[in-house]
Design a protein around this ligand. Structure first.
Ligand code: PGA
Length: 253
């Protein structure tokens, strides 16, 4: 059985002191969580301090993005070695906000996935369609291109270490959540693309999160779906109690 993974993507929220406090609150809230993998992704600025707070607990650190180069003249960016040193276990790659606002492409996603895997860190690879793409009948083509692009020239062994996050762009931060059935149907399709590339074993083992306005009130229905193995949570991850509410829904399965 695939282990649920609930990851909080804090995006550009919380100062360093607020991040430390939220991390402490989350550590306290989830200390009895046994089955579900709990991950938080603070800003770069807060990551090292948050890492200290969660050290030795059942909360793991993710970083929101990296550059694929090792070092050098890339103002504003951080490298994989920097995030490795502070103990990051996951790196979020290809978030739709990166794709939309910061020129992320399937090629740069692929470079970042490779760099992350080389460092022994696990990528959380985000994919998802816009409303126009869905309404225009392009859903499957878009997702298939994103998945194949992300995994280009990556071995089955390495692919098996990755997590996918299906996040319909129209559901992110909008309060509009995909229906349980929409999310299930789409994620089953995403798994079929993984199967096409790597075969049954990798596809069945791969965890696929749902992301987009997931909240305590809708998490149970989404997590009930066969192909939904967790959540990538934005807004509801910014408070320990709402984040915990979603983790409780996973623990209850
Ligand atoms: P949301 O964001 O939960 O605020 O919709 C999800 C995400 O973008 O990861």
């Amino acid at each position: 059985m695939r282990q649920y993974i609930i990851a909080g993507n804090w995006k550009m929220n919380k100062t360093v002191s607020e991040s430390v406090q939220l991390a402490k609150d989350i550590v306290e809230a989830v200390k009895d969580v046994k089955k579900t993998e709990v991950v938080i992704a603070p800003t770069y600025l807060a990551a090292a301090k948050v890492a200290d707070v969660i050290k030795g607990t059942n909360v793991k650190l993710a970083i929101q993005d990296i550059h694929w180069k090792d070092q050098g003249a890339f103002t504003g960016k951080v490298s994989v070695d920097m995030v490795k040193e502070i103990g990051a276990e996951y790196i979020i790659i290809g978030h739709s906000e990166q794709r939309q606002y910061f020129h992320e492409t399937d090629e740069t996603v692929n470079l970042k996935v490779k760099k992350t895997l080389e460092a022994g860190i696990k990528p959380i690879i985000c994919i998802g369609e816009t409303l126009d793409e869905r309404n225009g009948g392009k859903l499957e083509a878009v997702l298939s291109t994103q998945v194949k692009g992300a995994f280009k020239d990556i071995s089955a062994e390495d692919a098996a270490k990755c997590v996918l996050a299906y996040e319909p762009v129209w559901a992110i931060g909008t309060g509009v959540v995909a229906t349980d059935q929409q999310a299930q149907d789409t994620q089953a399709f995403v798994r079929s693309v993984v199967k096409e590339i790597y075969g049954e074993a990798v596809a069945e083992g791969m965890r696929i999160q749902y992301g987009g306005s997931m909240k305590p009130g809708n998490a149970a229905g989404l997590l009930d779906q066969k192909d939904i193995d967790g959540g990538l949570i934005g807004g509801a991850a910014l408070k320990a109690d709402t984040f915990k509410g979603i983790i409780d829904a996973a623990e209850a399965k």
